[in-house]
Write a new protein. Structure first.
Length: 208
């Protein structure tokens, strides 16, 4: 009597099948992680760029209100490629504060100083400092944050933007340009954000 044995999966077949399944799962996991990281980076980069854009708009809105200090000082105290110090009523309390915008540790920060005493004086240094935006990677040698222009711009492009540090009395227009990147070592293309503010109150001053 002939008995037919059912042919099943051998141990070698099982090992091969398990190996194929394992390699397939590893490939799937690697692809999933790569896609996840990519989407996470895009989301974080987008959030950082939106935050920086809001900050640029905030600074532009504020410095348009630049005005004479409460002690009579000129509306702009000083400015260079990475620092701008002006006088304005930043918190709408009818007191003119000294406001210092600057780059530090890849962050845009603002220092605010209230006048003290009668007659009012502004203490040296920033009384309070807060971070406005992070992941700002402007190069200190070739990518200024602040650019300054006189009343002849845009007609006079030869003498604009102005050399820094500025002569405050010459400035009528300020351009802000930020480069944003949360991982510059992995994403060489930076996000560019820029805007321009006309310092309207300075139109009442004669050029020196």
């Amino acid at each position: 009597m002939n008995i037919k044995r059912k042919k099943g999966m051998s141990i070698i077949d099982a090992i091969v099948a398990i190996a194929i399944f394992t390699f397939g799962m590893q490939a799937f996991v690697l692809v999933f992680v790569k896609v996840w990281n990519s989407n996470s980076f895009i989301l974080e980069e987008g959030e950082a760029s939106m935050a920086a854009s809001r900050v640029v708009n905030e600074i532009i809105k504020e410095i348009r209100k630049t005005k004479q200090a409460d002690n009579g000082d000129y509306p702009i105290e000083s400015g260079d490629s990475f620092n701008l110090t002006v006088f304005l009523d930043v918190d709408n309390d009818n007191v003119t504060e000294r406001v210092h915008y600057f780059l530090e540790d890849e962050s845009i920060k603002v220092g605010i100083t209230e006048p003290e005493g009668t007659p009012p004086i502004y203490p040296a240094g920033d009384q309070t400092i807060k971070t406005m935006a992070s992941y700002i990677i402007n190069d200190y040698l070739s990518q200024p944050i602040f650019y300054y222009y006189n009343s002849d711009y845009p007609g006079d492009e030869e003498n604009n933007p102005l050399a820094v540090p500025i002569y405050p009395e010459q400035v009528r227009l300020v351009r802000i340009h930020l480069y944003v990147n949360i991982k510059p070592d992995k994403a060489p293309d930076h996000i560019n954000i820029e805007s321009v503010a006309e310092l309207r109150n300075l139109n009442d001053y004669n050029d020196f």
